[in-house]
Design a protein. Sequence first.
Length: 470
Amino acid sequence: TDTTSMMKSSLVPLVSCLFVWGGLSSSAAAFSHGATSFISPAVSVSQQHEIISRRGAVHHFIGKRTKELCKLRMTSTTVESHITIKSRRHALGSRRGATALAGAGLFLYTLLKSNAAFAKTAATTVSTAAAPLILPPMHKILLACLLPTLLGFYKSEYGVSYGYGTAMAASSYLILASISQSAGLPLALSFASSTKPAAILSSLTATVNSLRTLLPASLPAFHAFALFFYGTRLDLFLLYRELCLPRFRAMRERIEDRAKKQGSRLKRTPFLLSCTFLYFCMVCPVLVTTKLCEGMSMSCAVGLGGGLASFLEQSLRLSVIIALSGFLLGAVGDLNKSIGKMLKGEDTLITGGIFRFFRHPNYTGEVIGWSSSCLAAFLAVALKAVTDTSSNGGLHIWKSMAGFLSLSVMGVTGISFVLGTATAGLEFRQQEKYGDSEEYKQWVKKSWVGFKMGKQKKAESENIQETTEE
């Protein structure tokens, strides 16, 4: 921040001096270059050369003095910046939170506003090739949630790490593939025909192009992609930790040793089945938006007015954008902490970057993402009920979706409890480790803890934190 302020304060006078120097130099050069054209023919050749040499000396003098002026101005500006930087630091720090919130709001507004034209074009392209949407059967989605979770029989920790991420990615991909198939933009990667890198790259490129066309044109596809992104990103991050960070492999083995002491692996069955049920509940909001919002694009004319239906429609679009933004916040937090600890050491307290505002951005981002996803389901049902023209006023829509909405609430409640408890556990461990340092005290005052479920005791903190650390 200090360097940035100094650069900004020095840039304006520097550019001004360069403009002055350039203007004077150009004028002198042009005058010198055209000297022979304006010298009287009656003047001797030796006198002409003397005049030109004097004008060249003037040109050199102007350039030299301008450089000195520029250097002097930069030096004085730098000194002034050093003098005022301490007084500015406090003011900048007090405005960081407000700036971050305002920037986030402006980003969402700009995103909605600028997305309208492209989404309309994409919607037109998709609608020309649209076919009836056929969702994958429920048993396939349940299997997509169950099979990855069974990794918990091999390693206890895998059921809530790789099982969690893969269940989210696989179940949401099934829904996303169905939507893309109905839109005439299949996402299936054709590796069977050829395993050559060029063929694989071509298939990946075609899939990415299909997504670029599909996501702005379909709100259900955007919603499903948010969950697919979360699950895929989580699996990749977990794989990196396991391959590159020995302390996480040691943590996994400690968890496995405790699990083995509790008896047979089959005793893990109730826990793994409950995880499967939780993962299915977390996918239910996407099923609701896919059933009720077929044909709705992400195109949105930002503004007020239009009645209740318009308000619900815009709120629905905003909720799925916030869901993806929450998952992105978690990804940025993991990346920020990983790079910080890689550069400064494993025991370093990370307080810079996104951690300047959020003490636990990965947990906070997840809670925001899953809560917004669940809210999108309720908004989709409300929008469909408001626009329903039947005699019962849309009540039958609420009844038909009541089961999925109940499961959605159970999903967001369950995962929020897990994440809130993990936040409390990490708070307790950080307080124990860094509580006496002034850096930690100042960081706690200026950053937001996120969603925390009460206070955590040491034993509980160790058990929960080891399964959800960072």
